[in-house]
Design a protein around this ligand. Structure first.
Ligand SMILES: [Mn+2]
Length: 377
């Protein structure tokens, strides 16, 4: 049967293709700018094979010991596998690996945007993956200090582009507590900044409210880190949340306290009234003239688009809405960013959450490439 079918197939003018086997080192081809294939490319960056880095970017040992020569970079991806500051479902310690898995289909060569006609991986910035911060899973205080140190080492190296001396970092969380060390490190280079905080929750809770006043240790968690950042003077009073919808613990205090921490609020359903451009405009107005840190808690998305998270809240943004809003922020001076609260164990076989998280990271990278920022080493 098979034989007769193939005979029929060849009965016309079509002849079987010659199959030429390339040498092993040339199995992988890379795409040239003109769309042609260049044989014998670097097979270490092959999609769906090889060791796992974000978007198949090169790995650099950014945390090498003092005195070791380290390859230079302008934008670094680093994972923060920490989830013991979460108040509901744990599992975000596997977030960095999950987001990298979700980014496997992203290739720096195959990344020309149909919206902008640009490939941000091929512009001025050298973008690398530094792997994960080495964090103990047994002591939150020590783990967060280890993350402080990780950020200081990675952002303390001289950038690849001599004009923009300080490398910028995108952190793959981890629960939301991991944003605090990132803000401490950016403060060293850029001073206090506005935070654009995409989340369904405020995360400015007074540690005595969320943590119950049990101990200082209990008060440092994924719902209080913005209070602490404000207390430490790391953020400006021109910060803003987007996507808020979770209930608060009391009638007035939480929202009043949130304003005192420097935040305005765009609620999830405000999007219905304002549209994505309206949200973009409000974010820009609020932070105008300041440098920004963008923190994306994946629970800003509706659980339909991001089921794999610690504290899911129905009624959120779609993935497309979030990506359009993020891309609309082009032109802002983004000095650091993160995607947090991705807990892959609750994802589905289609990897809905990790695919979305990886795409969010791509948008954050693009914002950083769009607007280089000079900083103090
Ligand atoms: Mn959060």
């Amino acid at each position: 049967m098979l034989r007769s079918l193939s005979v029929l197939g060849l009965a016309g003018t079509v002849l079987a293709r010659e199959i030429t086997f390339p040498p092993v080192s040339g199995v992988q081809h890379i795409l040239a700018d003109d769309g042609g294939l260049v044989p014998g490319g670097d097979i270490s960056a092959a999609m769906y094979s090889g060791l796992l880095t974000f978007a198949n970017l090169p790995y650099v040992h950014c945390l090498a010991a003092d005195g070791t020569e380290v390859e230079k970079y302008d934008i670094a991806i680093v994972g923060a596998p920490f989830d013991t500051g979460v108040t509901a479902r744990p599992g975000a310690r596997f977030g960095p690996t999950g987001i990298r898995e979700g980014s496997r289909r992203i290739s720096p060569e195959f990344s020309w945007s149909v919206y902008t006609g640009r490939n941000h991986f091929r512009e001025w910035a050298k973008i690398v993956d530094c792997g994960d911060a080495p964090l103990t899973v047994l002591d939150n205080t020590i783990a967060l200090k280890q993350l402080d140190k990780t950020h200081r080492v990675i952002s303390g190296r001289k950038g690849n582009d001599s004009e923009y001396a300080v490398p910028r970092i995108i952190t793959l969380g981890g629960d939301h507590t991991t944003t605090l060390p990132a803000l401490r490190s950016t403060y060293d280079h850029w001073g206090a900044v506005s935070v654009i905080h995409f989340d369904s929750h405020l995360d400015t809770w007074d540690p005595d409210v969320l943590g119950g006043g049990l101990s200082h240790y209990a008060g440092v968690n994924h719902g209080t880190f913005l209070h602490i950042a404000h207390e430490e003077g790391l953020i400006l009073n021109s910060s803003i949340h987007a996507g808020i919808r979770a209930p608060v613990a009391n009638k007035k205090y939480d929202l009043k306290h949130d304003r005192a921490c420097g935040f305005h609020i765009i609620k999830a359903r405000d999007l219905d009234r304002l549209g994505v451009q309206g949200v973009v405009d409000r974010l820009k107005e609020r932070t105008t003239g300041t440098r920004v840190y963008i923190s994306v808690d994946i629970d800003v998305l509706d659980p339909a688009y991001a089921p794999a998270t610690g504290t899911a809240e129905p009624g959120g943004f779609t993935t497309r809405e979030l990506l359009t809003i993020l891309d609309g922020l082009s032109g802002m001076e983004v000095i650091g960013a993160d995607v947090v609260e991705v807990a892959p164990i609750y994802d589905n076989p289609g990897e809905t959450t990790t695919l979305a998280a990886a795409e969010v990271v791509r948008s954050l990278l693009s914002l950083m490439v769009d607007t280089p920022v000079k900083g103090k080493l």
